[in-house]
Every structure is written in structure tokens, then in C-alpha cells.
Design a protein around this ligand. Structure first.
Ligand code: AMP
Length: 397
């Protein structure tokens, strides 16, 4: 059980608080085209303002690779955050991030004021977790708050290194929610616990499958990765996505599931296409009966029913990876059916970041899920059972 100190466990009145946020937003010509991440950061920022802290925000944006890149400045974020918060967020423009300008701006802060530092990746040490920049960041503050889950699987100065040089390092509300669901609910689930995995490759989900096989009652495998299982079981998969090298692994997993008493569900039918395009000719065939020249691009209708039924009686469901090539509307049906089944159940529903989160939001089911993770890579590593450096670095309760 992960039990980290949070912003609710500290008193920041009159203190300088450095908050690592995830303001890595898409920008086109200096305009923010999706501000979800800014909105998601507001509860923690508002709490620290209300408590009378001097709030110093920091984040990375894109990959400037250790040098100032004007197009990747966080200045537009400061402007938009000011509007969202209804109070000025002063931008501490500084090519060194923590240089003379930023230090001067922090020195004159009053309680309840907010400033935003420049893109942390303007500094070459940031992604190397170098000591100099970690110390610079720590020198600005009395307390550190990490609310950036998207980078929690990386050990960088602004989320891990800095904690070595401050006495108090806690998590914000966003991080806390990720820990509660992806960490604690997955490790200590209300049963039956069903995991649904999809996406392109078995090879990228090996550790997730192994970790979840020790925890779940039912494991559902769809998407491109299911064809490697189908081939391993002696089926024909045509030109479907296949990782020959992982066929033995697939068989081992089937055996392991059986030994552990885990129900492992694979597609029983597939929607196949004669071309990798939305306009391709399609047909539905049974698993393992895909003719040469055809490829499986979605789960079939019978499989949809089986997968959705398995979810119905669950108390906890975790989902990572689409059931087919959902980017093409004609092959999105399986992914949509699973999203709907999760939206309709009373179970605790946890959606891993990345494609499944995007699919659920696109379909308008976002507010029907218990938790949609904000981190793609980070949520996958949590599901692998790994310790995330950004989480581990926060003080225990
Ligand atoms: P991942 O990043 O591993 O979760 O994979 C997500 C990608 O897998 C999406 O872009 C899907 O289009 C793709 N995908 C899912 N099912 C299939 C399939 N049957 N054939 C090819 N690609 C697939």
C-alpha cells in the first residue's frame, strides 16, 4: 500500500512551495490547443493559494533538449493559467530556469501569489537528474509538491532530484488520485477484478500481463496482440499483426493463467480486412480462420458480447489498449463496445493513459469512469508493478 504525504498533510502558510506540474500541452503558433492538463492542475494550485503559500510552478514542455527554444517557452501557459485562476500568474522568464530573473521574482513574492518558471528542459541536467539543477530548484523553496504523473516514471531534476535537497516533498491531488487507483486499487482490488488489455504488441505489454496475472480474476486480451496468441494456438492469422518470437511466451501465459485459476479470454471472432484502410472490404471470421492476404483489425460481434458480459459482474476493471484499429471508424466498434460496457457498470473503472483514455474521452464516456489516468508510459509502468521514481521520492505518511 502506497501511503504518501499529500498537500492535505502540510501547512504552507508563508512558505515558498515549488509545485511540479504537467503543463506539457499541445501548442500551435503559441496557442494552447488542449488545456485539459492546465485545468487538471487547478485544484492543487488553488489549495496552496488558499492556504497562503507562495506558489512557484514548474513543468517541462516538449523536448528543447537542454537549451532555450522560444517556441517551447511556458509563457503562453502563464497567460492562460492567469485567466483560469482569476489571478496573475507571473512568468519568470529566465533562460537558466532558476537564474537571476527567477530568483528575483521569487524573492519579492507575497503569500498567495503565483509564479511560473520557464520550461525545465531548457536545462541540460533536467532529464539526467543532475545535481546542480536539482539544487537550484530546491534553493527556491521550503516545500516541494509533485503533481506531474505523466513524468512519474522518469527520474528527472524537477520531480526526483529536487527532493534530495528539500525537507518536505509531498504529492498533489492529481498524483494522489493516480496512486489511489492505479497503485492501490489495482493491488488491493474489490473482486471480481477484470483487466482488459489491447493495443498493438505483446512485446510492449509483457510485464503488464505477468503482473496482472498475479492479481486478476479475469484477463481479457484483444487488439493486435491477440493474433500472436491465436497463431501460437495453431490458428491462421493471415497478415495480421504478429510477433512470431512471442508465440512461445503466449503459450506460457495461457498455461500460467490456467495454473493460477485466472480466466483468460481471447477473441472468438474477428473483423478482418483485405487492406489496412478504412475503406477495405471486411468480413467477420472465427478466431484462427483468417485467410491469407487478410488481417484482423477489430474484435468480432460475438467477442464483444463475451468481453462485455465479463465486465458486467466485475467490481474492479482496469483497461489499457484498444480492441482494434479504432482510429479508423470501421474498426472502432469493439473498442467502443468495451468503453460503453465500462461506462454502464457500477464497478470501479480505471482507464490507463494513452489510447484507451483518448478513446473513452472521444466517445463522451469520460465522466462515467472512476479514474482516467493522465499518464501513458507512467500508467503502464504502474500496471507492471514497478516503483515509479516520481512517486517513491515523495515523503511517506
Ligand atoms: P499500444 O500503443 O500498444 O497500446 O497500441 C495502440 C495501437 O494499436 C493503436 O494505434 C491501434 O490502432 C493499434 N491496434 C490495435 N489493434 C490492432 C490490430 N488488430 N492491428 C493493427 N493495429 C492494431
Amino acid at each position: 500500500m502506497l501511503n504518501k504525504k499529500s498537500v492535505d498533510d502540510i501547512n504552507v502558510k508563508g512558505k515558498k512551495v515549488l509545485v511540479r506540474c504537467d503543463f506539457n500541452v499541445p501548442l500551435i503558433d503559441g496557442k494552447i490547443t488542449d488545456e485539459n492538463r492546465l485545468v487538471a492542475a487547478l485544484p492543487t494550485i488553488k489549495k496552496l493559494i488558499a492556504d497562503g503559500g507562495k506558489v512557484i510552478l514548474c513543468s517541462h514542455l516538449g523536448k528543447p533538449k537542454g537549451e532555450p527554444v522560444p517556441e517551447l517557452s511556458l509563457a503562453p501557459v502563464a497567460a492562460r493559467l492567469s485567466e483560469l485562476l482569476g489571478q496573475e500568474v507571473k512568468f519568470a522568464a529566465d533562460r537558466e530556469v532558476v537564474g537571476p530573473n527567477a530568483k528575483a521574482a521569487v524573492d519579492v513574492m507575497k503569500d498567495g501569489e503565483v509564479i511560473l518558471l520557464e520550461n525545465t528542459r531548457y536545462r541540460i541536467e533536467e532529464t539526467k537528474n543532475g545535481e546542480a539543477f536539482s539544487k537550484d530548484l530546491a534553493s527556491l523553496c521550503d516545500v516541494f509538491v509533485n503533481d506531474a504523473f505523466g513524468t512519474a516514471h522518469r527520474a528527472h531534476c524537477s520531480n526526483v532530484g529536487v527532493t534530495q535537497f528539500v525537507d518536505t516533498a509531498v504529492v498533489g491531488y492529481l498524483m494522489q488520485k493516480e496512486i489511489d487507483f492505479l497503485g492501490n486499487a489495482v493491488n488491493n482490488p474489490e473482486r471480481p477484478f477484470v483487466a482488459i488489455l489491447g493495443g498493438a504488441k505483446v512485446s510492449s505489454k509483457i510485464s503488464v500481463i505477468e503482473n496482472l496475472l498475479d492479481k486478476v480474476d479475469t484477463l481479457i486480451i484483444g487488439g493486435g496482440m491477440s493474433y500472436t496468441f491465436s497463431k501460437a494456438m495453431g490458428g491462421n492469422v493471415g497478415k495480421s499483426l504478429l510477433e512470431e518470437d512471442y508465440c512461445q511466451y503466449a503459450l506460457d501465459m495461457l498455461k500460467k493463467a490456467e495454473e493460477k485459476g485466472v480466466k483468460l479470454l481471447l477473441p472468438v471472432d474477428n473483423v478482418i480486412a483485405d487492406d489496412f484502410s478504412n475503406d477495405a472490404n471486411t468480413q467477420v471470421v472465427l478466431r484462427g480462420e483468417i485467410p491469407d492476404g487478410w488481417e484482423g483489425l477489430d474484435i468480432g460481434p460475438e467477442t464483444e458480447k463475451i468481453f462485455c458480459d465479463a465486465v458486467q459482474d466485475a467490481k474492479t476493471v482496469v483497461w489499457n489498449g484498444p480492441m482494434g484499429c479504432f482510429e479508423m471508424p470501421n474498426f472502432a466498434h469493439g473498442t467502443e463496445a468495451v468503453a460503453k460496457a465500462l461506462a454502464d457498470t457500477d464497478a470501479t473503472t480505471i482507464i490507463g493513459g494513452g489510447d484507451s483514455a483518448a478513446a473513452v474521452n472521444q466517445l463522451g464516456y469520460g465522466d462515467k469512469m472512476t479514474h482516467i489516468s493522465t499518464g501513458g508510459g507512467a500508467s503502464l509502468e504502474f500496471l507492471e508493478g514497478k516503483e515509479l521514481p516520481g512517486v517513491a521520492a515523495a515523503n511517506d505518511k
